[in-house]
Design a protein around this ligand. Structure first.
Ligand code: UTP
Length: 303
């Protein structure tokens, strides 16, 4: 058990890196952060903040950069709009507008140059201090009905060290992700991580367990990140720092993986983004019935 785990009270801080350039979604992301793209009628980032709050983490630090002002505005009050809706007596829409500003205590830090996910996490060090903390990638949407983060927090509180989220993918697809070498713990949903490699050649990948965008980290990660040199793509990779933690337990305790088998969408990828919208829209009580009927007609008659 590490020093930081011995001292830990319940994890309360979440860090959301949202400073990436979003090049896969250009030109939509030229002047708009990809995290603000709507998934049905809420920006993708709001689902992520709601997930953190649902897991009991209400102190949220968002790592932002240039062009990311709309993110701050979305989680702030908009008095003019609220007043206009109040005058109209539109209580329902007023509630929807106020939801995002009442969700959590939001803090922001700017990354400056987007030098990689590891560097974005390092920007959170002064805010986080010496307690374990969660990291949720701003463009990774976990279906609200398939809770993951709360389970990861439980595993961290029980085992100490760090916990990452893993998902089994087709072996041919593993080169698109960070990949974990694992050992069984006897629990189907929790594995011991013995090594990590970023975007491996599928022929050399140690498994088909891909890292997805949720982490609960021991603060020892910050010192390791300070010493981590730019890796793949010239970026400071979080996976490289986690590999050091997994390799040497004395640095910050063990690394466990929670295996996720639920619904997850990479909203920074155009195909996955469309799938997220269709699926969530189909399942909405207000929009679903009409949308499903239209979709059925479209698929049978026009495709
Ligand atoms: P991505 O790998 O999706 O990169 O980052 P990206 O730049 O955002 O998007 P593409 O690939 O150009 O389309 C994964 C997560 O890490 C954050 C991103 O905002 C995203 O949530 N990130 C990445 C940072 O905060 N800073 C960085 O320097 C890089």
């Amino acid at each position: 058990m590490t020093e930081s785990h011995r001292n830990s009270s319940r994890i309360s801080k979440a860090v959301i890196p949202a400073a990436g350039l979003g090049t896969r979604f250009l030109p939509a992301t030229k002047a708009t952060p990809k995290e603000m793209l709507p998934v049905v009628d809420k920006p993708a980032i709001q689902y992520v903040v709601e997930e953190a709050v649902e897991a009991g983490l209400s102190d949220i630090l968002m790592v932002t950069g240039r062009n990311k002002r709309p993110l701050e505005d979305h989680f702030d009050r908009n008095y003019e709009l609220e007043e206009a809706l109040r005058r109209k007596g539109d209580a329902q829409r007023l509630g929807r507008v106020q939801e995002s500003s009442d969700l959590a205590t939001m803090h922001y830090v700017r990354q400056g140059d987007p030098r990689g996910l590891g560097h974005a996490v390092l920007c959170a060090a002064p805010h986080v201090g010496d307690q374990p903390f969660a990291v949720l990638l701003g463009d990774d949407l976990i279906d609200p009905r398939d809770p993951l983060l709360s389970h990861m927090v439980e595993v961290q509180e029980r085992e100490g060290g760090s916990v990452i989220a893993l998902m089994e993918v087709e072996p041919s697809q593993i080169g698109l992700y960070g990949c974990a070498a694992i050992e069984s713990t006897g629990d189907d949903d929790v594995v011991r991580v013995t090594g990590l490699v970023e975007k491996p050649d599928p022929a050399e990948a140690p498994s088909n367990y891909a890292i997805i965008g949720r982490y609960v980290l021991d603060p020892a990660i910050f010192e390791i990140l300070r010493q981590t040199k730019p890796g793949r793509g010239g970026e400071i990779q979080l996976t490289d720092a986690l590999q050091k933690l997994a390799f040497d337990e004395k640095l910050g305790g063990p690394v466990h993986g929670v295996v996720f088998r639920g619904r997850r969408y990479d909203t920074g990828d155009r195909g996955d983004y469309l799938r997220a919208i269709v699926r969530l829209a189909c399942e909405r009580e207000d929009l679903g019935p009409d949308f499903r009927a239209w979709l059925r007609r479209y698929v049978t008659e026009e495709m």
